[in-house]
Write a protein of this length. Structure first.
Length: 460
């Protein structure tokens, strides 16, 4: 059964009237991050006139790694704050990659800081490297706030272990997500010893003020964007499940009603983190893209059953309260820089592509959608797509396996044959990581510049 939602023309009027792409602030942000790291190193350099011996070198290496770890901790939390300038301009998937990379660096610096500092303290006390465990215990018992820092360090190690690829893939998403939230507690516990035992902050009051300002600003952003804004959004719009409809075997659409939903600021191509207040689902929050243009009274998501949470969506009943956070994502019409656009969807990646197919402004022949699925039965929302293509004069193509199970050849040569001017297109793409990588390589081989291939992964 199809759940066609009208409103494509109105939605197109609400997108860009002219092609004026926004530039990503990623490069300036990365430069600012490196500038901050340089300032942290300068703080150590300014407060360290000389290093006399090996013990001094070890202790100063511990100071450097500790300062950098403290700086990166603040950035790790900032990347979890869902700041719109990052989520909508840089892209949620890119911010998630930054977060994962920063987390790995932070954990490595923390481990190095603990090891080097305890080794240096042991040498100062006339002990050897073999006494480092006892020295750590003594420091926990004797130095202020080091005990709390030890607990925080343990939490960081736990979070790091659960984020290792093989471990992460074997854990239920909700378990991993809630363990990951312990990052806030870990940062809180490790913060205080930086000020009470850190030489750089003891001799530089301005440095301590800056550190309080850095962590205070990050804390305020987390509280505002992760707590207060979602509370205001959900109290204002009061969303509830209107209906759950099976589109194809294993894929359902959830219609979500509410008040003045068009004022949530959502655009085609974006997603929310959804929490359905039904038994067994209240503590689960998952990202799902909008599969149709937002309407004043209705939003729609279309989800494939690939896990416990997505499988239970079909059991939702009308009237179930919905708690949402967002909108997030940068794969919107604002990324467009050319008149012609190719949309490429793999599997359930059709959801944001369907919304863009409906709303992207364009003349007849300007918009093309290529839909990859295993079989024609798996082409979810196909009737809607065909209707949109007919109304807009857009091109709609699909690529499915042969009856023998052979995969279609989505190569540079085939793309050029089907779309002769493909190098003059913007490309929006959504699908599994392997599919996206192979299509990206084919597009590059067909002459599409990397800057005009827009992809966002929601595998978080």
């Amino acid at each position: 059964m199809s759940t066609t939602l009208a409103g494509g023309r109105a939605a197109r009027r609400q997108t860009m009237r002219r092609i004026r792409p926004r530039r990503s602030p990623a490069v300036p942000l990365l430069l600012a991050v490196w500038a901050g790291a340089a300032a942290v190193l300068w703080l150590w350099w300014h407060d360290t006139p000389s290093v006399a011996d090996d013990t001094g070198r070890i202790l100063n290496a511990g100071r450097i790694t500790g300062l950098l770890a403290g700086y990166l901790m603040a950035l790790v939390v900032l990347q979890m704050a869902r700041v719109p300038a990052l989520e909508r301009r840089v892209g949620s998937d890119r911010v998630a990659r930054w977060h994962a990379m920063s987390g790995r660096y932070t954990l490595s610096l923390i481990v190095a800081h603990v090891f080097l500092t305890m080794w240096g303290y042991a040498r100062q006390a006339g002990k050897s490297l073999n006494d480092i465990v006892q020295q750590t215990i003594d420091s926990i018992n004797q130095l202020p706030d080091v005990g709390k820092a030890a607990i925080g360090t343990g939490l960081f190690v736990l979070i790091g272990l659960t984020s290792i690829g093989p471990v992460r893939r074997r854990m239920p998403y909700d378990t991993w997500y809630h363990v990951h939230l312990l990052s806030y507690a870990a940062v809180f516990l490790t913060f205080w010893h930086q000020l009470t035992t850190g030489n750089d902050f003891a001799v530089q009051p301005m440095a301590k003020t800056f550190w309080y300002g850095l962590y205070g600003t990050v804390t305020a952003l987390v509280l505002w964007y992760r707590v207060l804004i979602p509370i205001r959004l959900n109290l204002k719009h009061r969303m509830r499940v209107e209906a759950v409809i099976e589109e194809t075997p294993g894929i359902v659409s959830v219609l979500i009603g509410g008040r003045k939903l068009h004022r949530m600021g959502a655009e085609a191509g974006q997603f929310f983190r959804w929490r359905f207040l039904a038994p067994g689902m209240r503590f689960s929050s998952h990202p799902y893209s909008l599969s149709a243009a937002p309407r004043p009274d209705m939003l729609r998501i279309t989800v494939k059953a690939i896990g416990d949470h997505s499988e239970r969506l079909r059991e939702l009943t009308p009237g179930t309260r919905v708690w949402a956070e967002g909108p997030y994502g940068a794969m919107t019409a604002q990324r467009r820089s050319r008149g012609k656009v190719l949309l490429v969807a793999g599997g359930v990646g059709i959801t944001p592509m369907r919304a863009l197919f409906e709303t992207l402004p364009g003349a007849a022949g300007d918009i093309t959608l290529l839909y990859r699925a295993n079989t024609t039965r798996d082409l979810a929302l196909w009737d809607e797509l065909a209707k949109i293509a007919d109304e807009r004069g857009a091109r709609l193509m699909y690529a499915v396996n042969s009856p023998e199970g052979e995969r279609p050849d989505i190569s540079a040569e085939n793309l050029e044959r089907k779309i002769p001017d493909i190098e003059r297109h913007d490309v929006f793409m959504c699908g599994p990581a392997g599919f996206a990588q192979s299509v990206y390589e084919a597009l590059r081989g067909a002459g599409v510049p990397a800057r005009r291939i827009h992809h966002e992964s929601f595998e978080m």
